[in-house]
Design a protein around this ligand. Structure first.
Ligand SMILES: [Zn+2]
Length: 459
């Protein structure tokens, strides 16, 4: 993997930085070799214990000098005492667990191979790359004798991927201690190119909110009959009609919320032609935009409305047996202008038409997110600007779920930003095949965290 073309090398890059990057890459490789697949998804506890032992060996200053609290045994919370302890702290997060790796990979996914200037393997980007960069940055600052202006908490949950309780319990613990962070930074948007069709240049996408999440089971019962003389309406047939209805005529309203509106406003100057006009004149075009984006499908649609993906199905166990009950499961991502209950009500109405029952398996609400107009946002943007020259910055809503949504009721500023420049090839590796992180990006992320921590103000 070559260095992405548009990003110049770090100005300060010298021999010692290169050495630090090589050492960090070696450590990231060893972290990847701990197969920390979430325990809820069949992973083994001993892999987490092995990785945590490695972390304490790699980063002795951190584990010696900071207060460590274990939540649910495997989630780690480290408190770095700042100069002004009365001030609300900052929380910096990265999760320890990864998703499984199936399919055919160029290099074994849990070997941590370093090749072609990249560290390869499951978790290289999501999220051990961030975990490693964050700890490298903090260890380096501690070695320099740096003390932050206020307390900084490092939060590393062990079950982000299956939406486990690690991060949620951390917020409960913080609440019990009376601690309300002024700013939380977790994984999220990255520095990307071609963020929207026609947009030139790189954009740092800072998630400020995220869509909600809902898993729903639809169940249709049989009215009897033999496979040789099937009834007119079979459970699978009714479910198929229901799926067809929801896919062809989704009942969810499309809307342009303030965060997405601000994203378009900021992107317009980088566009050309008709797109520049459409996105640069939202006062005129806003009423038609939601429907236009919804019709485009993919990410454009996901930005403005609730989406529904049918992911699992079950019928009978044999080709010649009509199922007594058949079921399908859908995974929905709830737009910020809806609630899980509102969506359930919509689904129930449609399901009733096809004599299908529907039940909620799991859900959490969306978090609306804000514009990048706070002092804390300015600090984050300043840190990004020091590392990435000539980069646009835009707020957005995360389409996927992250641990940080638990903090939205506790902290005023929750930012979701992964400090790597990720090409579409690199992004394709996240939860996919051949996940890899260029060592240059790891080095850049270490500098980003160091810069951000140095910018944390005293008051
Ligand atoms: Zn992640």
């Amino acid at each position: 993997m070559n260095r992405p073309a548009q990003v110049p090398p770090l100005a300060s890059q010298g021999c010692s930085e290169q050495k630090q990057a090589a050492r960090a890459a070696e450590r990231l490789s060893q972290l990847i070799a701990c197969k920390t697949v979430s325990i809820e998804s069949g992973g083994e506890r001993k892999e987490f214990e092995r990785m945590q032992l490695l972390l304490s060996e790699f980063y002795p200053q951190i584990f010696k000098s900071m207060d460590l609290v274990r939540i649910k045994e495997l989630t780690l919370v480290l408190r770095w005492q700042g100069l002004n302890q009365g001030r609300p702290p900052i929380v910096l997060m990265a999760h320890q667990d990864v998703v499984e790796a199936s399919g055919s990979w160029k290099y074994p996914p849990f070997a941590g191979v370093i090749e072609d200037g990249c560290v390869w393997g499951r978790g290289a980007i999501d999220d051990k790359g961030c975990l490693c960069a964050l700890l490298e940055a903090v260890e380096s600052l501690l070695t320099e004798g740096f003390v932050p202006e206020r307390d900084i908490y490092l939060v590393m949950s062990h079950n982000e991927e299956p939406m486990g309780d690690g991060a949620a319990e951390v917020t409960n613990w913080l609440r019990e201690q009376g601690i309300e962070p002024v700013m939380v930074l977790d994984e999220g948007g990255a520095v990307v190119d071609k963020v929207l069709p026609g947009v030139r240049g790189l954009t740092a996408m800072i998630g400020t909110g995220e869509k909600g999440y809902l898993n729903v089971r639809f169940k249709a019962a049989s009215r009897g009959g033999h496979a040789s003389t099937p009834p007119k309406s079979s459970p699978l047939g009714r479910l198929a009609s229901l799926i067809n209805h929801i896919e062809k005529k989704p009942p969810f309203p499309a809307r342009l919320n303030p965060v997405i509106r601000d994203l378009f406003r900021r992107m317009a100057p980088q566009m050309s032609g008709l797109l520049k006009f459409v996105f640069g004149n939202l006062w005129l075009t806003a009423p038609i935009l939601p429907r236009l984006l919804a019709s485009m499908g993919g990410e454009a649609r996901a930005l403005v409305m609730t989406t529904c993906a049918f992911t699992m199905a079950r019928g009978s166990g044999a080709p010649n047996v009509l199922p007594e009950t058949a079921e399908v499961t859908a995974n929905l991502r709830i737009a910020v202008h809806q609630s899980t209950q509102e969506v359930m009500d919509q689904l129930q109405l449609i399901a009733a038409k096809y004599d299908v029952e529907c039940e909620k398996i799991y859900g959490h609400e969306p978090t609306a997110g804000g514009l990048l107009d706070s002092r804390e946002a300015e600090i984050l943007i300043e840190a990004i600007g020091k590392i990435y020259k000539n980069v646009n910055v835009a707020p957005y809503l995360m389409l996927a779920a992250s641990d940080s949504h638990h903090f939205s009721s506790l902290a005023r500023n929750v930012f979701k930003f992964t400090p790597f420049h990720l090409t579409s090839d690199l992004r394709g590796g996240i939860h996919g095949l051949d996940e890899k992180l260029p060592i240059d990006e790891l080095e850049r992320a270490i500098e980003f965290y160091k810069t951000l921590i140095r910018l944390v103000p005293s008051s």
